[in-house]
Write a protein that binds this ligand. Sequence first.
Ligand SMILES: NC(=O)c1ccc[n+]([C@@H]2O[C@H](COP(=O)([O-])OP(=O)(O)OC[C@H]3O[C@@H](n4cnc5c(N)ncnc54)[C@H](OP(=O)(O)O)[C@@H]3O)[C@@H](O)[C@H]2O)c1
Length: 331
Amino acid sequence: MTPRSVAIVGASGAVGQDFLAVLAAREFPLRSLRLLASPRSAGTRVAFRGESLPIEALGPESFRGIDLALFSAGGAVSREHAPRAVASGAVVVDNSSAFRMDPAVPLVVPEVNPAAVHGHRGVIANPNCSTILLVLALAPLQRAAGLRAVVVSTYQAASGAGQQAMLELREGTAAALRGETRPPRVLPQTLAFNLFPQVDVFQPDGFTKEEDKLQFETRKILGMPELPVDATCVRVPVERCHSESVTVQLERPLAVAAARELLAAAPGLELVDDPAQQRYPMPLAMAGRDPVAVGRIRLGRVFVPGLTFWLAGDQLRKGAALNAVQIAELL
Ligand SMILES: NC(=O)c1ccc[n+]([C@@H]2O[C@H](COP(=O)([O-])OP(=O)(O)OC[C@H]3O[C@@H](n4cnc5c(N)ncnc54)[C@H](OP(=O)(O)O)[C@@H]3O)[C@@H](O)[C@H]2O)c1
């Protein structure tokens, strides 16, 4: 690959830090790397490949000379600055939800719909983190047996809500162990020794925005605009890595052994399914790792033909930074 001039918008954040780790680990060819965040972080320095790089405040001139801009600073920042980056000649890979459902913007998981990347007009959207983990497992099942419906419950880590939420979980847990209670600051409820069925805001029909993302983004990525997806998204007191309980109704029967074989061979997945040895996917085991682990595969009892399974993956890695860098590599 030709070396690129890359900017990371949101470099001081949870996803931003993983961008640095992924670019270094994959030896992404860089001509230059510009780190951007809010004025709060301007001037702080970050270690990257043995160098100390400064974080700069994001501004109108930040994208001069930049070929590739990796955005992870929230929807408002993307809406304001991504068009500026494109106007100055950069390709944007955006981690926010700002452009995902725009029909003109490709929504890409490289292992699932790599060809979609070619239709871009400057912006490519990185899907929601829970959606990325889910479609990696759904795509091989869709190809082998056809999909009719999906029911998914997520168990989402604190880091999915950013660095401050991670800190809130740590501090809240320490406070609870001292017998103190801490009111939540970033999250909507106390997370320490608790969980709550709310990720993002509620919609008029009772689903949350996160649950809507799982339905609409899955449909777009799999090219199934009518696929019914019932999601319940739950925040759990885990620091890193989301898990999901998934039930699929299939068009054609698929035996458990065949599903195991299929998922074990699918790119981006790792089969961890040995119930006799109490081996199944867990968030702690996946932290900082690239693949999404799938296990507990069994025949469905409600939807026939169908399957029920469990997955866990690092939503900061494959659910955000890694997927975006893989998109850049595709380009
Ligand atoms: N966390 C996840 O698992 C995950 C997964 C997929 C996608 N995402 C998406 O990625 C984005 C970032 O999430 P995160 O978890 O990394 O959040 P985070 O830890 O809170 O980090 C937010 C980053 O955005 C920067 N920022 C905020 N306001 C800014 C502004 N006005 N101008 C420039 N920079 C600004 C922050 O800079 P300062 O430090 O200077 O404030 C920080 O670098 C969000 O859109 C989120 O939905 C997150």
